[in-house]
Design a protein around this ligand. Structure first.
Ligand code: BGC
Length: 349
């Protein structure tokens, strides 16, 4: 195992952005940059031993600052959407940044995703990133101290460990927004990837993509991935929930989630046989099929076309602060949010 550090570029104000690359003895390489504690590349072999970078993203800081739809970034303090960009804690109303359609708060307004994080190599296989956000940033209560550790194992297992403490009672829900294409970022559409989700239910949304509070069974709907099927099989079906979001962009409810690590998803690219297994200790996973990508120029100038990457963002359900029926993520001052996501890569037989 080894970790190397290089300069990736610089922020508009001149601060340097660093890149860490962790490599295991299978020559799998994972790079993370200090801007947004962002996963910048994952280079992993297929069953013939051919290496590809399976992550959408950019070669430079400018790309991440100007064209990124959160590619690979850590999202926080609250991932996904909050309805009407507000919530209440102990009868105090907090108004958040309305960064979507002037109505909703998406990904906390990018607070964690576009910040420059501190970083330190903590072992030959792990790097820790840390960031402190001030009380009231984008309307969120509390000064938050966050660390995100990326650790690569010898089984091509990438562990992301999130820890966050606030000095005021607040909602915390951290995720990573990696867009994967298991055939390689330059390989176009992911609708031929085969997905299996250990999720018998999902959370439907309204016209603003805000969860309605309902928990709906996937059975007999295009949302049923309990048995593996191609992402593209029903993505354009005449089904209201898909029409509202232009394809899959929903939180799935992980079966038997109990706070311990469990597998929520397996994705296979039939061309390369590369496979991704996703584990989390959180109750939900946002399956987003990259419906809103529209040709942004990415790595090596390859365009990120509609559905050229998919995301599996482990999370508490979107808009939990306003949905009392959802598993809650309200943390007292000083109480730690702690969560782990594991991405394991292998190849199918
Ligand atoms: C959301 C999408 C959004 C994307 C990029 C996902 O988590 O569910 O609706 O377009 O992030 O911001």
């Amino acid at each position: 195992m080894s970790v190397s550090k290089s300069v990736f570029g610089s922020m508009p104000d001149g601060r340097e952005v660093f890149c860490y690359t962790i490599e295991n003895s299978n020559e799998m390489k994972v790079s993370i940059i200090t801007l947004g504690a962002t996963l910048q590349s994952i280079v992993v072999a297929d069953k013939e031993g051919a290496f590809e970078d399976v992550l959408l993203g950019f070669d430079d800081v400018q790309g991440y600052l100007e064209r990124s739809s959160y590619q690979g970034a850590v999202v926080g303090p609250y991932a996904n959407r909050i309805g009407n960009a507000s919530f209440c804690i102990d009868s105090v109303k907090y108004d958040l940044i309305k960064n979507e359609k002037d109505v909703t708060c998406l990904h906390s307004g990018g607070e964690f995703s576009y910040a420059l994080w501190n970083s330190i190599i903590i072992d030959s296989d792990a790097v820790e990133f840390s960031y402190t956000s001030e009380d009231g940033t984008n309307g969120f209560p509390g000064k938050l101290t966050t660390t995100v550790t990326y650790k690569l194992g010898e089984n091509n297992d990438l562990h992301i460990v999130y820890k966050c403490v606030s000095d005021k009672k607040t909602f915390i829900n951290l995720t990573n927004h990696a867009y994967f294409n298991l055939a390689g970022y330059q390989n176009g559409c992911i609708t031929d990837h085969i997905l299996q989700l250990n999720c018998s239910a999902y959370t439907p949304v309204d016209a603003y993509s805000i969860t309605t509070g309902e928990i709906a069974e996937v059975k007999n709907t295009p949302f049923d991935f309990t048995v593996a099927k191609c992402i593209g099989d029903e993505i354009d079906a005449d089904f209201e929930q898909l029409k509202l979001t232009g394809g899959y962009d929903h939180n799935f409810v992980i079966d038997e989630a109990d706070g311990t690590l469990r597998k929520c998803a397996t994705v296979l690219d039939p061309k390369s046989s590369r496979q991704l297994h996703v584990y989390t200790d959180l109750p939900g996973v946002q399956f987003y099929a990259g419906n809103f990508l529209e040709g942004e120029s990415g790595k090596n100038n390859f365009p990120m076309q509609k559905r050229s990457g998919f995301c599996l963002e482990t999370q508490y359900y979107p808009d939990t602060p306003n949905k009392c029926g959802f598993p809650q993520c309200l943390f007292d001052a000083g109480e730690e949010f702690s969560s782990e996501t594991v991405f394991i890569f292998d190849t199918a037989e």
